[in-house]
Write a protein that binds this ligand. Sequence first.
Ligand code: GLU
Length: 920
Amino acid sequence: MRCRDETREKWRSDLESRIAQSSFGKARVSKVPCQIERRVAASHSLAGLFDQDDVIQRMFDSSVKAVNRERHENEELSNVYLVSEANEIDTDLYEVSTKVCELLDMGIVGIFGPQEKVTAEYVQSICDTMEIPHISVREDPSELSEPRGLSLNLYPHVSSLSRIYDQLVTEFKWKSFAILYENTDSLIRLHLLLKRWDPHGNSAFVYHLGSGPNYRRAMQEIKASEIENIIIDCSYDILSDVLTQAQQVGILSDKNQVIVTSLDLQTLDLKPYQYSGVNFTGLRLIDPEDLIVQRTLDKHKNEWGLDDPSKLRVEFALMYDAVQLFARAFKQLKDAIKGDVKKLPCDGSARWEHGLSLSNFMRLTETRGLSGFVKFDRDGLRSNIQLDVVRLTESGLVKIGVWNSTAGNKIDWIPETGTKKKNFDTDLSLQNKTFIILISLTHPYGMQKESSTILSGNDRYEGFGVDIIERISKILGFNYTLQVEAQTGSENPITGKWSGMLGKLMNDEADMAISDLTITSERESVVDFTNPFMNLGISILYQKPRKTPPSLFSFLSPFSSDVWIYLIGAYIIVSLLFFIIGRLCPAEWNNPYPCIEEAEELENQFTFKNAFWFAIGAIMQQGSEIAPIGISTRMMAGCWWFFCLIMVSSYTANLAAFLTVETVVSPFDNVEELAKKKGAIKYGAKRKGSTLFFFRDSDYPLYKEMYKYMTENEAEVLPEFNDVAINKVKMENYAFLMESSSIEYTVERECNVTQVGGLLDEKGYGIAMKKHSPYRHHFNTALLKLSESGIITELKKKWWQEKRGGGKCHENGGGGSADELGLDNVGGVFVVLSVGAVLSCVYTIFELLWDVARTSIRENVVFKEELINEVKFILKCSSSKPTRRRNGTSSKSENNSTRECTPPYGFIPTVITTSPTDDK
Ligand code: GLU
């Protein structure tokens, strides 16, 4: 760019000398010392220099206004407030420099325009020196090498345009053709065509249009040489005249094939040529059928005085897009750095230190505008340019093909009978297409990357959704630009309009959306979803149950109260049984003094007190001095000891668990219990999210009631973002109805919250795209591939458990809980005890009857009488028993019982009793 450097140097010396002379310059230089910084208010001035059409100025103004209007709704423009400083200028360079100096002195953030070549280059040089971004929207064929400095041109670069002209000629298989050109700029634009000449038949004939206004001479020469294929390249200003004269001369007849290079061809009235039979091909950058074009025009038609999108000229549209692009880049600059605008004195001594960054942000920003996808390559040239190839037919201009600058030199032709349906078919290949994909900054689906350097473009974002899109783009071969949109989107019940991501998809402001976007029937009616890439359901996020304060009676915890009651009952019953069986069992009646052979009385160790003491001794694992003698009492004791062994072991084991494991209390275990708390615990869901709408649309009365509660307390319980809700859960007595996948993510990182209860429903997240999108099938197939190869699971593991603090709560989270032992756990021991007790009783009764029978035979008394006597004695509850006399009466001195019960401790006392009758 030698020419630019020379211009800059020229400008610098020129300006310095002029400033030195002019009173304006003196005043400025003395009044504004070098590098004085002035902080301006939140608004930032954007200068526009306009030298031609006032429509372009109106475009500039309305685009600035649109930015200011949208800054509250559009995340990409938030906090950007621009003031337009539109200035009309003419071609006098001194006046231009004065104007620019004034603007720089005010403190501006960028200069747009002018359109005229010399003044534009002059302004560009000033801007390069002061490091103020300069944006132009004019075709500049002289700019063959890459543009440098801080200037950016939104007009497709001549190197791209020359490729499509060359490709058209190749596709039309023209061997020889004539180029009707206006000036050297035209030849630069068509330089690839000029190179086509070769000695073996390819011939290009070049005809200069002349200085006008009569261009017929060159045309007549073409006609005379009978060249049928013609390329017309001239400026928009004379295009209409040139075409009229070409028709007059007769080179727009049915024999001719004509290519017009102007991208503004469609704005001309082409009716006069519609029926001439000429094969007339042109190109257009602005698609009048594009929804963004139609909507923008709809919004501004009064300001622009234009209501037909096909009449929108390229430079005008580019000016609108340029301001939009600038505003987006400026927002990023503001986010990245703290600095502000500087007042720059016009002596060339100061520079705006952020100008270069701003210019770089512009190069890295991608957006969709009136001129299609606005994006720049590494050299700062516009990339991903999509041009429609149009053909003039009797019904006007018809799109016959599409050329994309990144898709190689290929034109996608639309079949002649092309209808809208056919159009879709040609669009089906995703290779090299560029999509705008919406993400929301909801962890972990989309997040701002943490980095010490300033990132730009797609690099700024990461997350589960971002990774999925990246993988799909590799499979399908498309390019994409991520855009942030905070809200998933819902329908405004009054206007019927959709907001957020879904609104943008419907308005064609974006192609796809990936986030925690739930597939619902309501949404499916306005957009298309891919198959779900993740399944989930609604559940509750709430504080982890707190530890119960240590209880004074925590030793009771190992057994449920039922078991304690049964245990006490068992103890009492068993003690009584010992007492009864002890009395019934003859073997338990023993001579208390073994050395006295003829004891007067027999004693029973199982007195009432002893029975209870024996039983408690066993429970306490201490034993007692009492030892059962009879088989039945031993049987009973064995059962009781077994019972005690199991019960005590269970108690000890469970007590240890209770003491080491925290016992927790949860105020509710499911959504029904939460609802029944009637607001004692506040609960809510994400505002305008599908979870809230689930409660709204449910037929279950309880859920409807919950929805009513939530909407009535909207301000308090319906947060806009998940992180606000999570904080609320942590700090307040608040339960958040959240989707299980997000709960899972949260509980990995927030150790004092947890999921309560199961899932209320089952649903999934999908990628949303415009209704009837031809890409849905491709995306479904790609998603299936990802899921079959385990990549989605892998990504889920990465974003849920590993990245951004995942797995933090695993160490502390492992604590289980100990449950008290219920009857189900220890019931068997009670059964064993009961069966043992019953058998002991039966056996005791058998023993008693046997003993009574033997005594009655021996003593020769009636069995019944003996039995009644025995029972009477038992019922007396006496602890000693007189020994039995031979004649059947009982006497303290006449006991001659020779019972065969085993005496205590294995000692068999010999008790000889002599009855008085024997003595006789
Ligand atoms: N996934 C929900 C949606 O698409 C947002 C979160 C929620 O409602 O819980 O709206």
